[in-house]
Ligand binder design. Structure first.
Ligand SMILES: [Zn+2]
Ligand SMILES: [Zn+2]
Length: 143
């Protein structure tokens, strides 16, 4: 996993800032925004600026190390490390508290096969999210 990232970074200049960003993304179980990363990084690395974090993220997306997770709220882009090209996560997103809960399995994979077989379309990826209320928010509503 680590080696895969190292492989993609091969030939690039070493960068502590970039390593810090990757480290935060790797230690986060849910997707994070650039602002979140910046807030965390600031605690140990006071030389970094928000625009630097933006630049690093953009670069990591281009390198295929990080990908952007779409959410209902388009103004807040969230990012996560691409773990393995064959396993990926989908999320249930709470519209109230914005919590993102990963779904273990990919519910689209089977459907993808069926559609590809039927149409001959070469499917290379998909996006799938569920929106609603998390357990906590749903409970609060009932009171
Ligand atoms: Zn919620
Ligand atoms: Zn999937």
């Amino acid at each position: 996993m680590k080696d895969k990232i190292a492989e993609k970074l091969k030939g690039l200049r070493a960068s502590k800032n970039r390593d810090d960003v990757i480290c935060i993304l790797q230690n986060s179980s849910t997707p994070v925004s650039v602002e979140d990363i910046y807030e965390k990084i600031k605690k140990t690395n006071n030389k970094i600026s928000l625009s630097t974090v933006y630049r690093i993220i953009e670069k990591l997306v281009n390198l295929g190390i990080v990908h952007k997770v779409t959410t209902l709220d388009d103004n807040k882009a969230l990012y996560e490390i691409i773990k393995d090209s064959h396993t990926h996560h989908h999320y249930m997103i709470c519209v109230k508290c914005k919590k993102m809960i990963p779904i273990d399995d990919c519910p689209v994979k089977e459907l993808e096969k069926i559609i590809a077989d039927k149409t001959g379309f070469n499917i290379t990826g998909h996006k799938f999210e569920l929106y609603g209320e998390c357990e906590n928010c749903a409970r609060k509503d009932k009171k």
